[in-house]
Design a protein around this ligand. Structure first.
Ligand SMILES: [Zn+2]
Length: 239
């Protein structure tokens, strides 16, 4: 973070296969935030199949200072969109004011058949965000470039840029901002994922920060690289 010029990171969790792993990560992240409150914030992991225990875990993570849910992936966690246990998670997220970050796979075959690819129909996210208008959703990986696929996303949906160099050319920044609006795009990395596997020299966070700055249209860098996230997540302003 220091070498890349990043002053605050929001740690996102993983969509673990078990409730116990989610809870373990949440305790670890709470420790991280307590150790570096001026540099780190964190979202909580949760497995909807845990039912009531998942709701208890969300409340606990919230009380420990975690500020969102995600990255979640009901599609990867084998939860259907109308599963009452998933709907209860979203209802609680709305009640507690926790934004929800979700993994999205671009349906285009051009984004590749990488290990771990899980199809996530874009209509699922549009329907979910319509059904929960009081929840702020953040769709990861540019929301699968939803605008290329004839989908409309409601105003309570934002998008992050995590793993963008592995999926898209830098021109996606201008295209995505034109489609989404600059106030709905949050710079995400997927760090420590290696975003430049063919380039052993470039450190991922440094490289992607520099690439994003170069690719962002004039006048929007401050918002995409921090301002939007600060307002959504009510982060301490150090700008
Ligand atoms: Zn993801």
């Amino acid at each position: 973070m220091d070498s890349a010029g990043v002053d605050r990171a929001v740690l996102l969790g993983w969509y673990w296969e078990t409730h116990e792993s989610c809870a373990w990560q949440n305790r670890f992240y709470a420790d991280c935030v307590r150790a570096y409150p001026d540099r780190l914030s964190a979202f909580a992991a949760v497995h909807p199949a845990a039912g009531e225990a998942a709701l208890v875990e969300i409340r606990r993570a919230h009380s420990e200072g975690l500020i969102g849910l995600g990255e979640l992936s009901p599609h990867s966690q084998h939860i259907v969109m109308d599963d009452p246990r998933w709907l209860a998670v979203l209802e609680l997220a709305g009640a507690l004011g926790l934004p929800v970050n979700l993994h999205v796979t671009d349906p285009s075959p051009a984004t590749g058949n990488y290990p771990g690819r899980v199809e996530t129909p874009l209509a699922d996210f549009a329907g979910m965000s319509q059904a929960f208008p009081n929840v702020s959703f953040i769709l990861a990986h540019w929301g699968g470039c939803w605008w290329r696929h004839g989908v409309r996303m409601p105003g309570n949906v934002r998008f992050d840029t995590a793993a963008s160099p592995l999926l898209y050319e830098p021109a996606v920044f201008a295209e995505g901002i034109a489609a989404c609006g600059a106030d709905r795009v949050l710079w995400g990395t997927d760090y420590p994922l290696d975003l430049y596997p063919r380039d052993p020299v470039t450190e991922p966070m440094n490289g992607f920060f520099a690439q994003a700055r170069a690719a962002l249209p004039a006048g929007v860098a401050g918002n995409v690289l921090g301002g939007n996230a600060s307002r959504l997540l009510r982060l301490a302003s150090d700008a």
